[in-house]
Design a binder for this molecule. Structure first.
Ligand SMILES: Nc1ncnc2c1ncn2[C@@H]1O[C@H](COP(=O)(O)OP(=O)(O)O)[C@@H](O)[C@H]1O
Ligand SMILES: [Mg+2]
Length: 240
């Protein structure tokens, strides 16, 4: 599905990512963990072709597009558009000033799938973070991508919103045998849901199955502490 080989990104003479290598197959779920500024969003941008890099990224998902749900805090909310138009941008090469009946049907179907059909006529500036994220999720799945990429889908969203989103993503993955790459700060989600975990802090701290990659040493190297992750480390209370 996707093969990343020795990926490095340098911005303003500073290494942002250094020799990142991993691969992911159809149906697999990769959680990307790391501290703020660790390069997670930069990795996502490179995968989406929005960021120049050294090394190689090989995407073997055919001509299928990649579905992308951006990090909410980076979104421009002042943009005058309705949810319907935002979702329709995934179907058009230009801004959909007018949306034909067929397209309207596809858009409302995608919104319905993510439980956001009631938002269709809403201006995006009036949506909560969780609602806007659902609209972006509808936009991401509209072309039934074989790879779904989500950048911190739980941040700025309440707990219910976050677990609904995760449930939907899991359902989508299983139904379509799609691969998922999700940047998350939630170690529990990574540990219990992901088939693979990648920990980044400019360098690749670890990659493997959740239990391999999320060793106490790896977590400590990336974050400087192991927080409240005692469930992950076999029930013993571990504190930095
Ligand atoms: N255009 C840019 N020019 C210089 N540095 C940048 C640019 N974009 C991001 N960075 C830096 O790259 C580092 C990694 O950012 P990012 O990938 O957003 O981290 P994360 O998503 O893990 O929090 C940060 O230190 C950030 O300041
Ligand atoms: Mg980020």
């Amino acid at each position: 599905m996707i093969d990343v080989n020795n990926l490095s990104v340098t911005l303003a003479n500073r290494a942002i990512l250094r020799k990142i290598s991993f691969s992911l197959s159809d149906g697999e779920f990769l959680a990307v963990l790391g501290p703020n500024g660790g390069g997670k969003s930069t990795l996502i941008r490179a995968i989406l072709g929005l960021q120049e890099y050294e090394g190689a990224i090989k995407y073997t998902g055919g001509d299928k597009t990649i579905g992308y749900v951006p990090q909410i805090k980076t979104l421009d909310r002042s943009f005058p558009a309705r949810a319907e138009e935002l979702v329709a941008t995934a179907l058009k090469k230009r801004w959909p000033w007018s949306i034909d009946e067929h397209c309207k049907g596809v858009v409302s179907d995608a919104l319905r799938q993510v439980g956001a059909d009631h938002l269709i006529r809403q201006q995006i500036r009036n949506l909560s973070g969780g609602e806007l994220q659902r609209v972006y999720l509808a936009r991401a799945i509209i072309s039934q991508p074989s790879l779904l990429v989500l950048d911190e889908p739980a941040s700025g969203v309440d707990v219910v919103g976050a677990s609904d989103m995760l449930e939907f993503v899991e359902e989508y993955r299983k139904k379509n045998n799609a691969a998922v790459i999700m940047v998350t700060h939630d170690w529990e989600v990574a540990f219990h849901h992901a088939s693979h975990v990648l920990i980044l802090k400019t360098d690749q701290i670890s990659f493997g199955s959740a239990s391999e990659a999320m060793s106490e040493t790896a977590i400590r190297t990336a974050f400087g502490h192991v927080g409240h992750s005692h469930d992950i480390f076999g029930g013993g209370h571990v504190h930095a």
